[in-house]
Design a protein around this ligand. Structure first.
Ligand code: SF4
Length: 397
C-alpha cells in the first residue's frame, strides 16, 4: 500500500456552466474564508470526526495513515479562493500528516489566473495546475456558459510557466453544443500546440443533473440544446483524440487521460488502483481500503456541522467482497495498463481464466502474462466486458 492521497473539495464557481452536473454553487466571496476555516478544522479533527461516524481508521495502519504524498484541490473552482486560504489548507495537512508531497494539484479556470496568484500558488507548494480549458472555440465556450474565452487560455499558460509550474493539465469536452468535426480538431490541435504535460478528454454527459441535460431530456431548445453533436460524432471525436494525441507523443493511460511520459496523475491513479485517500470539504469522498464515506454536499450545512465540532459525514459504506471485486473491474480496467488477474483471483478466491479466454477470443480483452486489459479500441464497451466478467464469478471470501 502506498502513501495516502488527500482530496479537498471547493464547491464554489463564478457561474453555473449549462452542462455542469456537479454539486457546486455560486456564492458571495464572503463565504470563502469560513469555508476554508471549516476545511482546516475538519483536517485538524479528522480522526475524532471519522471515529464518531463509525469509520474504522485502524484499517489504515498508523504510519501509513499519516503519510501523504499527493493532494488534489478540486471543485468547483478552487482558484477563485484567495491564495492565503488555499495555503492554510495545505498548512493544516502539513500540521496533521507526515507530508512529503510529490504532486499537489490545483484546479483552475483560465480567467481566474494572474501572475501574483500563480507565484503564490507555486510558493505554497502547488506544482500541478489542472485547467478547465474545455474548448478553444469562443462560440462553444459561450454556449456552455463558461466564463473564459480562448484568449484567456493563451494569457494564462505563460503566466503559470513563468511562475515555475512544470506540470499543466488541460481538460477538453467532446460533445459541447455547437461543436463540429472542424472545431473539435481545432481545439485538439491548439491544446497540443500549447504543450501541456497532461490532457483529459471528457465526454459530454446528458442527464437531469444539469440545465442543458434537463433541456435535452424535455426536448427543449434553451442552452443550445438543439446544437449538440450526435453520439456518433462524439465517438468519432474521441477516436480522433486518441489518434492525434498519440501522434503528438501523449500516452493514453486511462479512458479519459493522456500524459507525456512521467506526467500521469499520481493522485488520480490512486482512485483507479483502489489505494486509500481522504477527502475533506463539502461532498468530498474518502476510501480507507475497506470503507468508503462521503461528506454532505451542501456547503452551508457542511460549514455549520464542522463549526459545531460535529462530523459532516453523510454516508459510510463498508465494502463486501462482491462490491470490492466490482470496483477492481470498474476502476482497474479504466487503466490502459490493466489489472493483475492473478492477484484478483488470489484475493477474491475466484477463477476468471475461462471467461477471460472467451472474451480474448472475441477481441474484447487482451492478456499478457497475468495482466488483463481492454484494447485501446474497445474502451467504449468496457461496461459490457465487466458485466460478463462479474457474471462468471462467485466471490468466495
Ligand atoms: S466551472 Fe466546473 S464545476 Fe463550476 S459550474 Fe462550470 S463545470 Fe461546474
Amino acid at each position: 500500500m502506498g502513501k495516502l492521497g488527500v482530496y479537498i473539495q471547493v464547491p464554489f464557481c463564478q457561474t453555473k456552466c449549462t452542462y455542469c452536473n456537479f454539486h457546486t454553487g455560486v456564492v458571495s466571496p464572503g463565504r470563502f474564508a469560513p469555508y476554508a476555516a471549516a476545511v482546516c478544522r475538519e483536517i485538524d479533527n479528522h480522526r475524532q470526526l471519522f471515529e464518531s461516524s463509525g469509520i474504522t481508521i485502524s484499517s489504515l495502519d498508523a504510519a501509513k495513515a499519516r503519510a501523504v504524498d499527493t493532494v488534489y484541490l478540486g471543485g468547483g473552482t478552487p482558484s477563485l479562493l484567495e491564495p492565503e486560504l488555499l495555503a492554510a489548507m495545505l498548512q493544516s495537512l502539513r500540521a496533521n500528516f507526515d507530508c512529503s508531497f510529490s504532486e499537489v494539484t490545483l484546479e483552475a479556470d483560465p480567467e481566474t489566473i494572474d501572475a501574483e496568484k500563480a507565484a503564490q500558488w507555486a510558493a505554497t507548494g502547488f506544482n500541478r495546475i489542472s485547467f478547465g480549458t474545455q474548448s478553444f472555440v469562443d462560440e462553444e465556450l459561450k454556449a456552455a456558459g463558461r466564463m473564459h474565452r480562448r484568449e484567456d487560455i493563451y494569457r494564462a499558460v505563460p503566466i503559470l510557466r513563468a511562475a515555475g509550474i512544470r506540470n499543466i493539465s488541460f481538460d477538453l469536452i467532446a460533445g459541447l453544443p455547437k461543436q463540429t468535426d472542424a472545431s473539435w480538431r481545432q481545439s485538439l490541435s491548439e491544446a497540443i500546440a500549447l504543450g501541456p504535460e497532461h490532457i483529459s478528454i471528457y465526454m459530454m454527459e446528458i442527464d437531469e443533473g444539469s440545465r442543458l441535460g434537463l433541456e435535452v431530456l424535455q426536448s427543449g431548445s434553451r442552452y443550445s440544446a438543439k446544437d449538440l453533436p450526435t453520439e456518433e460524432s462524439m465517438a468519432e471525436f474521441y477516436e480522433q483524440a486518441q489518434a492525434e494525441l498519440k501522434s503528438a507523443g501523449y500516452v493514453q493511460y486511462e479512458i479519459s487521460n493522456w500524459a507525456k511520459a512521467g506526467f500521469e496523475s499520481r493522485h488520480n491513479l490512486k482512485y483507479w488502483r483502489r489505494e486509500p485517500y481522504l477527502g475533506f470539504g463539502a461532498g468530498a469522498h474518502s476510501f480507507s481500503g475497506t470503507q468508503r464515506w462521503a461528506n454532505r454536499h451542501d456547503a452551508a450545512v457542511y460549514v455549520a456541522a464542522i463549526s459545531e465540532g460535529k462530523s459532516a459525514i453523510e454516508t459510510v459504506d463498508t465494502l463486501t467482497p462482491t462490491l470490492a471485486l466490482e470496483e477492481e473491474f470498474f476502476l482497474g480496467l479504466r487503466q490502459l495498463s490493466g489489472i493483475d488477474l492473478a492477484r484478483i483471483e488470489r484475493d477474491y478466491g475466484v477463477s476468471l481464466s475461462g471467461k477471460v479466454s472467451d472474451l480474448a477470443a472475441h477481441g474484447m480483452v487482451e492478456t499478457q502474462g497475468n495482466i488483463l486489459r481492454l484494447p485501446a479500441g474497445k474502451l467504449s464497451v468496457s461496461n459490457e466486458v465487466i458485466v460478463e466478467l462479474l457474471r462468471s464469478v462467485q466471490v468466495s471470501v
